[in-house]
Design a protein around this ligand. Structure first.
Ligand SMILES: *Cc1c(COP(=O)(O)O)cnc(C)c1O
Length: 367
């Protein structure tokens, strides 16, 4: 079976994690935490890194640090992983969905403004499947309406908008280091910010809200969202390889594009886009199955599975989930992209031969 994703973990990670274990610093203190935070922040071109135990807690921590809560509204794309909407709900605020563009699959800047009300406090652009959002358009609208921008970079470490890395645009940006992400710490996350007060507040809140200058004094209700030194040790070793991983993802994209080019040319499928202003990191190399292909998306997934190829359907639009459903909204862009999309195997160690095999299976099933 060709898996959809596979973490690449070698002897470097093992060496560091053993060092962390032997040091006795196995919880959320130890030298690897600051090292991972600082080097990751620097990699993204941001001043401060605040590590967390996963990407979801990073997003929740960001909202909590900005005092977003009951009575507030936060804009999120309809097409995203559920976590982006859930964290808004955790705070008591309301996630308000925004449609996505059909051509590059990200939150549509032109659809943001119509969703802004007196209660809107923030927008969370998600750089989905490794492609950056139109950060120029988003920052302009957010600036005009004084909204916080919190970037969800869980799927896009190292991606760039106009030559600038994602995660360096918003007041806070949030990353995940889950096992299938661009780099992994097993579970893990991080918030980045250039604002020292926001960074200090996130550090305070993630450690039970404890006053940094008075032990066991808690001014407000915090969380335990800390990353362990063991996770950070793995992170340090993974980070040293991040450019190689991204190069690997882009190599896969080139091969998929080459072998599926004819099918795309005929309009049977749409390849994973990369806008002229974007550097996409192709977290999951993805295609859309168009009507001309002649088979339903779910049938393609089944057929590929029979050939030993593991794939995934795109996320269902969040506004269609029972917990967020509301009758009077429809997001045609998000719905169309979601219903046609497939993530193809995207482990960076896939050989040219395996990619060819996958593409041949996709071509064969089309006629
Ligand atoms: C993976 C992911 C998250 C959540 O990260 P976890 O580490 O799994 O909590 C959030 N948003 C998006 C878009 C993701 O893909």
């Amino acid at each position: 079976m060709i898996p959809i994703a596979e973490p690449i973990i070698g002897k470097e990670e093992l060496k560091k994690v053993v060092e962390a274990v032997k040091s006795g610093w196995v919880s959320s203190r130890g030298k690897f935490i600051a090292e991972f935070e600082n080097t990751f922040a620097k990699y993204c071109g941001v001043k401060y890194g605040v590590s967390t135990c996963n990407g979801t807690t990073a997003l929740h921590l960001a909202l909590a640090a900005l005092n977003i809560g009951k009575g507030d509204e936060v804009l999120v794309p309809a097409l995203t992983f559920i976590s982006t909407a859930n964290v808004v709900a955790y705070t008591g605020a309301k996630p308000v969905f925004v449609d996505s563009t059909e051509n590059y699959w990200q939150i549509d800047p032109d659809k943001i403004e119509e969703k802004i009300t007196k209660r809107t406090k923030a927008v969370i652009p998600v750089h989905l499947y490794g492609h950056p959002c139109d950060m120029g358009g988003i920052m302009r609208i957010a600036g005009k309406h004084k909204l916080h921008v919190i970037e969800d970079c869980a799927e896009a470490h190292g991606a760039e908008y106009n030559g600038k890395k994602v995660g360096s645009f918003g007041i806070i940006s949030c990353f995940s280091f889950y096992g299938n992400k661009i780099i992994t710490t097993g579970e893990g996350g991080m918030c980045l910010t250039n604002n020292s007060a926001v960074s200090a507040r996130m550090n305070m809140l993630k450690g039970h809200g404890m006053n940094p200058s008075k032990k066991y004094w808690h001014d407000e209700i915090g969380f335990n969202y800390r990353m362990t030194n063991l996770q950070a040790a793995i992170g340090v070793a993974q980070l040293a390889k991040i450019d190689k991983f991204i190069e690997g993802k882009r190599r896969l994209a080139g091969l998929y594009g080459k072998y599926l080019g004819d099918l795309a040319e005929k309009g049977f499928i749409t390849l994973h886009p990369e806008m002229p202003w974007a550097k996409c990191v192709y977290w999951m190399y993805s295609i859309l199955i168009e009507n001309k292909y002649g088979k339903k998306r779910n049938n393609v997934i089944e057929a590929l599975l029979k050939e030993g190829i593991d794939t995934r359907p795109f996320f269902y639009p969040v506004h269609t989930m029972p917990c967020y459903r509301s009758d009077n909204v429809s997001f045609p862009g998000a719905e169309r992209v979601s219903s046609k999309g497939i993530n193809l195997p995207s482990a960076v160690n896939l050989t040219d031969k395996k990619i060819k095999y996958i593409c041949d299976a996709i071509i064969k099933y089309s006629n």
